[in-house]
Design a protein around this ligand. Structure first.
Ligand code: DGY
Length: 320
């Protein structure tokens, strides 16, 4: 029987799956575990099931010990995992692609509509009991039909958003390290552009690239200046892909028209300059937050951990 440490609260079905085969210690509070306690608890673990609020870095791997075989992240993004450090120690690192594609694309589409149609601002008018009256020019937004969506990072989630946006009448452009499969390009009717051209020509830019040193502040002052003053930026990827201070400045000074953000540079803190901007829609990292999706993510992470402990190939190892 192996020892599995689950570093945060996950759906009970997944804990039960792990417990059916192994000895499991799981943090079960709604607030994240302290680093100090985590370092103590991982000692002797054969598997770690991690959440994005915990860093699985060299220090944590070493605190676990040389018997550690797998770090199974309950997220598709894995910037909290030091993958090279795992590899150096012969530890398999896994993530949960696929199962949160639709939920995250739904949130990105929702943010596009919320931003372009000023929905959060409108809701504030009602809740704050501000005086209002229907009028021809009251709270006008921007139509998205016939407008260009620029997808930065055309992976599974980018493509799922592109399908939704196409159904809303948008045209699709993308920038990506590699060309996408011809069938997908045909289905979406999309064009591939360099990032500069995509930023300069898109009405809505949506970020779907992984976070890494290469994408840190991919969108900063210069990139925001390259966007059109009537355009919108959507981020459901990772906060530090965007320089939040530069974005707040761009929103305040009309350099771009609006932004919809699900992720932030220093979660759960949000840059103070964003908080009073009516043209910023701010939601608290809800991309994968449905019961069905979170259950599927946890079950996939559990399946990854169990497979490695059995000596099988993990269903979704982190590639590269
Ligand atoms: C992920 O899986 O990377 C998401 O951000 C979690 O909500």
């Amino acid at each position: 029987m192996a020892r599995i440490v689950v570093t945060g609260r996950i759906p009970h079905e997944a804990v039960a799956l792990l417990r059916a085969e192994h000895d499991v210690w799981a943090w079960d509070e709604s607030t994240p575990i302290s680093r100090e306690l985590l370092l103590q608890q991982v000692a002797g673990a054969d598997a770690l099931v991690t959440l994005l609020t915990e860093k699985a870095d060299a220090e944590l791997l070493d605190a676990a010990g040389t018997q550690l075989r797998v770090v199974a992240n309950v997220a598709v993004g894995y910037n909290n995992i030091d993958v090279p450090a795992c590899r150096e120690r012969g530890v398999v690192a896994t993530n949960t692609p696929g199962v949160l594609t639709d939920a995250t694309a739904d949130i990105a589409m929702a943010l596009i509509l919320m931003s372009t149609r000023r929905l959060a601002q409108g809701e504030r008018v009602i809740r704050e009991q501000q005086p209002w009256q229907w009028g021809m020019f009251f709270m006008l937004g921007t139509s998205i039909q016939g407008r260009r969506l620029g997808v930065v990072g055309m992976g599974q989630i980018g493509a799922a958003l592109a399908r939704r946006a196409k159904a809303f009448g948008m045209n699709i452009a993308y920038s990506n390290r590699n060309e996408i499969a011809p069938e997908l390009a045909d289905e979406l009717g999309c064009v591939r552009l360099g990032l500069d051209e995509l930023l300069a020509t898109s009405d809505v830019v949506s970020l779907h690239c992984p976070y890494s040193p290469a994408t840190h502040h991919l969108i900063g002052t210069a990139q925001l200046a390259a966007m059109r003053p009537d355009s919108f930026l959507i981020n459901t990827a990772r906060g530090p892909v965007v320089d939040e201070a530069a974005l707040a400045h761009a929103l305040r000074h009309g350099i771009i028209a609006g932004a919809g953000l699900d992720v932030f540079e220093n979660e759960p803190t949000v840059h103070a300059d964003l908080l009073d901007l009516d043209n910023a829609v701010l939601i608290p990292h809800l991309g994968s937050a449905t019961i069905e999706t979170r259950t599927a993510m946890a079950m996939l992470a559990a399946a990854n951990a169990l497979a490695v402990l059995r000596g099988d190939t993990a269903p979704t190892p982190i590639a590269g």
